[in-house]
Write a protein that binds this ligand. Structure first.
Ligand code: DQQ
Length: 553
């Protein structure tokens, strides 16, 4: 389906020109180019024939698609080249990946690039001695996957983490190697949980306690003022959680900070909406860590087949540790600004109780919008039972953006048509302030009940408490990237992310897709500043486009 007649196709999010995409695999920066490898079905729009798709970019915004980098060709990966990572070993990019072998076991393999003088990293060789890690002993052969980027220790050993299920519990196994080819399982896992079944796609990386700069994985340069983050993708909930803690390289253990119980419901999430299998990499060009995540479809399989594609990536996010040393902050990489076109601005704008104000003058299906709200006082906040702290999505499901609360709901309506009318569709991303056990808390919510009138769309509610000190700040910000069928929001300066897939039907029929800022709470709220930019379409994986590779031929 061409973009003009495909209202779901995004304008500035990464997706292949056609077919199925899922997990990010090995994002990296090498000799002036960013590479992005991803789980890809070269033969169709549904999961299957899993290979490694490959694209390159000079700016992380515009992408050229190259040929598939890894395909299911050998007995050890004949049933699929699953998720993995790329590590620089003596300056050379090396792939570690999971496969389903001819004995239907999950095993880990290695691949090297074929032509060491090709900066496009187009072709890869899989040595015949694969696999290099086997599901031995107590490892469930159906749940042993997704090797992380490797890191080199001061003791001269490489390390890599692999997700596994052992006798019903989730473990992140640690493997060690002197040469990156022969690996041995460490006696102890990096981390484990009795309360989870399978952690997929582990990501393990250092974060600075004193700067937003990213850190590379080499512990020899990462001494002192740092912590480590372990991210796991929990198969049971299809959500990504992370733990902040200390990594003791000598003992080879990761110890989560005090306060983390062995209950994932208490752990912070990378995104409280609809993402999975996130993966970060260190961008040596700009000294930052960048995170990608798969954003699955939530419409019907029949729609995916009709459209000929399925799955996109989040916009790349810079990621660093907050000054509280407890939570991550994520923010769209600065290169997004190259796509900004026409701008609308509001400053010191009062939103009375009941106000709904249209942001007009820009194409509202492709927008980057940032709003800072200021509250007069917190006294009108309603009390809330603390049982919701562990199930904020339940709260979001029980309320609507039209309820008259104390402070809030206030926020944005996006991709809206004819609010309260016969053709009503809208997606609200909004805040409400609550008082829970004498503490004021900002709640962020988005339910998809009214986002689409199309048949077969899953429409959950997503809620989260935002990690800001609302009593002190009396301000809260919301940044939202609207891109046709994806709405990616960053609450509280990037402390709470919420990504949604939406399929508004009336954009299809040519109705306007309105953008509003609203306040349905009893108390007035001030917009200190609002900036909205219409976004240009990026050049993403257009078939037969060679704007990057032609420079290298
Ligand atoms: N997707 C891959 C697996 C991984 C899962 C297969 C997570 O390697 O565990 O496509 O989405």
């Amino acid at each position: 389906m061409a973009n003009e007649i495909d209202p779901d196709r995004t304008a500035f999010h990464f997706q292949p020109s056609k077919n199925w995409l899922n997990d990010p695999c090995g994002p990296l920066y090498y000799k002036g180019l960013y590479h992005f490898f991803y789980q890809y079905n070269p033969k169709g729009p549904l999961w299957g024939n899993i290979a490694w798709g490959h694209s390159v970019s000079t700016d992380l915004v515009n992408w050229e698609a190259l040929d598939v980098a890894l395909d299911c060709t050998d007995p050890f990966d004949i049933n699929g080249c699953f998720t993995g990572s790329v590590t620089f070993v003596a300056g050379e990019p090396v792939i570690l990946y999971t496969s389903y072998d001819d004995k239907k076991r999950q095993v880990q393999n290695i691949a090297f690039r074929k032509n060491v003088s090709d900066p496009l990293l187009r072709e890869w060789t899989k040595p015949g001695y694969n696999p290099i890690m086997l599901p031995e002993g107590d490892i469930d052969p159906a749940n042993f996957r997704d090797p992380s980027t490797g890191w080199f220790g001061q003791d001269g050993y490489w390390r890599a983490a692999v997700g596994a299920n052992l006798e019903g519990r989730a473990e992140i196994l640690l493997y060690k190697s002197l040469n990156f080819v022969n690996w041995e399982r460490n006696e102890f896992p990096l981390h484990k949980s009795q309360n989870c079944g399978m952690w997929e796609c582990p990501d393990f990386f250092p974060v600075s306690l004193s700067s937003k700069d990213g850190l590379d994985l080499d512990p020899s340069v990462n001494t002192g003022n740092i912590k480590h983050v372990l991210k796991v993708s929990l198969a049971e909930t299809f959500q990504d959680y992370y733990l902040v803690g200390m990594y003791d390289e000598k003992k080879d253990v990761f110890v989560p900070d005090e306060g983390y119980e062995d209950d994932y419901k208490t752990w912070p999430m990378i995104d409280y909406g609809h993402i999975y299998a996130s993966k970060s990499f260190f961008d040596g060009k700009k000294n930052r860590r960048i995170l990608w995540a798969w954003v699955n479809e939530s419409d019907s399989v029949a729609d995916d087949v009709k459209r000929g594609w399925s799955g996109i990536q989040t916009f790349p996010r810079a990621i660093w540790l907050d000054t509280d040393a407890k939570q991550l902050i994520q923010w769209p990489i600065e290169e997004i600004k190259s796509l900004r076109k026409k701008q609308v601005q509001l400053c010191d704008f009062q939103l009375q109780s009941g106000a709904r104000y249209e942001i007009s003058g820009i194409l509202t299906s492709q927008v980057d919008i940032e709003v800072e709200f200021e509250l007069q006082s917190l006294e009108g906040a309603e009390s809330l039972d603390n049982s919701y702290l562990l199930d904020p999505s339940k709260l979001c499901d029980e309320i609507t953006p039209f309820d008259k609360g104390g402070i809030g709901p206030f926020g944005l309506f996006v991709l809206s048509s004819d609010i309260n009318g016969a053709q009503e569709e809208h997606t609200a991303i909004y805040f409400r302030i609550y008082k829970i056990s004498d503490r004021y808390m900002a709640f962020m919510c988005s339910d998809l009940k009214s986002s689409s009138r199309r048949e077969g769309v899953t429409k959950p509610a997503y809620g989260a408490f935002v990690g800001v000190d609302i009593s002190k700040d009396k301000r809260i910000s919301l940044r939202t990237l609207i891109d046709h069928s994806v709405v990616e929001s960053y609450g509280g300066g990037g402390r709470t992310c919420m990504t949604l897939r939406v399929y508004p039907k009336h954009v299809l029929t040519g109705q306007t897709s309105g953008l509003y800022v609203f306040n349905h709470g009893s108390q007035e709220v001030k917009i200190r500043e609002l900036n909205a930019w219409e976004m240009a379409k990026a050049r993403v994986n257009i078939e037969n486009d060679d704007f990057i590779s032609k420079e290298y031929i």
